[in-house]
Design a protein around this ligand. Structure first.
Ligand code: DC
Length: 226
């Protein structure tokens, strides 16, 4: 299918986005954040007053929805929902929770699968998500599964503007992350899990630069053995 894809999967706040974005910059290729697809679906549903687990209403909504990756002013691929870039509106805690809900709906996943595969047809990309190495591109040449300790992840999430509710504590954020992990890992369709041939990377005690260097070394090793 696509050997062009570098798949980066892992749970919430495991450092995927930072790593994937930096990796794409270092390699001079495009970065695609697939969580944005589920966040955009959740954002539209919330705006329309549709429940984020209401399969029938979500399916009907998707018939009237246009979602794609388009280049923004900086030439980066960003999600475009019904003709506009929702940007920061996707980063609220409410949308994050709704995204985890809509991501359990098979109709939503079937719809987003096509968008993800279409995006890789035209571009060499680093694609970040939960099921890239298992479902979206099982034949990707490079697959990484990032993880970090619950404490490291809660600290990272707390430092991310917009992602936590006012008054959130380390404990409440850790509990919210654990709830999302549970829902993402236990859903029937395309659950969060490490692909058998993915390289596992626990970056709890690493800097951003160390993680990036390690992944680049692994890519070089894969290329050398190809
Ligand atoms: O990575 P993120 O926090 O933006 O993802 C938001 C939600 O979307 C997350 O709870 C799980 C879901 N998701 C998914 O099911 N599959 C993907 N490839 C990416 C995200």
């Amino acid at each position: 299918m696509s050997v062009n894809v570098i798949a980066v999967d892992g749970p919430a706040a495991s450092g995927k986005s930072t790593l994937a974005r930096n990796l794409a910059d270092r390699l001079g290729i495009l970065y695609v954040n697939t969580g944005s697809l589920y966040r955009a679906v959740a954002l539209k549903a919330l705006r329309l007053g549709i429940k984020t687990k209401d399969t029938a209403a979500l399916s009907a909504m998707l018939q009237q929805t246009s979602l794609r990756y388009a280049k923004d002013a900086d030439g980066k691929l960003d999600i475009e929902l019904d003709g506009t870039f929702p940007g920061q509106a996707l980063r609220s805690a409410e949308v994050a929770k709704g995204a985890s809900d809509v991501a359990t709906v098979p109709e939503v996943r079937a719809w987003t699968l096509e968008i993800q595969r279409d995006t890789a047809k035209e571009n060499t990309i680093v694609m970040e998500g939960r099921d890239i190495g298992t479902v979206v591109f099982p034949d990707a040449k490079y697959k990484f599964f990032l993880s970090a300790s619950p404490l490291a992840r809660a600290k990272r999430r707390l430092a991310q503007e917009g992602e936590t509710l006012n008054g959130a504590t380390l404990e409440s954020v850790a509990a919210e992350i654990a709830a999302r992990d549970k829902q993402d890992s236990e859903r029937a369709v395309a659950p969060l899990k490490q692909a058998e041939d993915a390289i596992a990377v626990d970056n709890s005690d690493w800097t951003i630069e160390q993680t990036l260097d390690y992944i680049c070394d692994q890519i070089k090793t894969i290329d050398a053995n190809a």
